[in-house]
Design a protein around this ligand. Structure first.
Ligand code: PGA
Length: 245
């Protein structure tokens, strides 16, 4: 697997934007998988800067986000649709109709998830999937203990995720209990995956993902099965790695 160690969040932003911008210029009708959370923010900031200052073109890009909280309307302060609009889509020339985030208010979540999978398949699959990693090793909301072959579905958030994400809500009680999330199998189908991790609190999960056994305890370890997985890590997030890359 390819591992790139960067000094800080700014460099993470540049390296991530390089990977995405190069791929976009090679294939303008690009299918980009996106993630929320604090980690990819420097990447999105750099993409916005390159759009404004260097004309990076998103006009033919279609996006699919990994997940959305169940029960949060698109305009809710903490919904992932709103996060994406505010941090990326509103600032680049992407047609909003081509941006997809699972509908956390869907009356029939199972049908919504099946339709999400079908939409990804209809456009020919995801070219590049951006990922963060939870301190418990989750990718998307695929929590420890789940199937490594899962598809988009409704999932219950692990207690550790509720605690990690409580910082965005008034209290842990307000964090939704479940989410709609692409599955590990869905993620593994992407042509390339790029996982970003920063901070010492991710060091254990990153080491388990890259060097631990392939197991449900660390869902991100499933990326060991992917032929083109890139990990972009700050030094502290890489500090538990034993191997040389
Ligand atoms: P974070 O979340 O980027 O806010 O740390 C990552 C994740 O939970 O996947």
């Amino acid at each position: 697997m390819r591992v790139e160690i960067v000094a800080d969040a700014d460099e993470m932003g540049r390296v991530g934007a390089d990977l995405i911008a190069q791929a976009l210029s090679a294939k303008p009708h690009f299918i980009l998988g996106l993630a929320t959370g604090s980690t990819p923010l420097p990447v999105y900031r750099e993409l916005v800067r390159r759009h404004r200052e260097e004309g990076l073109d998103f006009s033919r890009v279609i996006t699919f986000n990994l997940d959305e909280y169940v029960g949060l309307a698109p305009d809710h302060e903490q919904s992932y649709r709103r996060f994406m609009n505010e941090n990326l889509f509103d600032h680049v020339n992407i047609p909003l109709a081509g941006t997809h985030v699972p509908d956390g208010m869907a009356e029939d979540p199972e049908a919504e998830c099946a339709a999400y999978e079908a939409m990804i398949e209809d456009v020919g699959g995801i070219d590049l999937q951006v990922l963060g990693i939870g301190s418990n090793g989750h990718i998307g909301f695929n929590e420890p203990g789940g199937s490594l072959a899962s598809r988009t579905r409704q999932v219950r958030l692990a207690q550790s995720t509720v605690s990690d994400n409580a910082r965005f809500f008034a209290s842990a009680e307000e964090v939704p209990a479940s989410a709609l999330s692409m599955g590990i199998g869905t993620v593994l189908d992407a042509e390339r995956v790029v996982l970003f991790a920063s901070g010492e609190n991710k060091a254990e999960a990153v080491a388990a993902a890259l060097e631990g056994p392939l197991c449900a305890k660390c869902p991100a370890s499933a990326l060991q099965l992917h032929p083109d997985a890139v990990f972009v890590l700050t030094e502290d997030a890489a500090s538990n790695l034993a191997l040389e890359y």
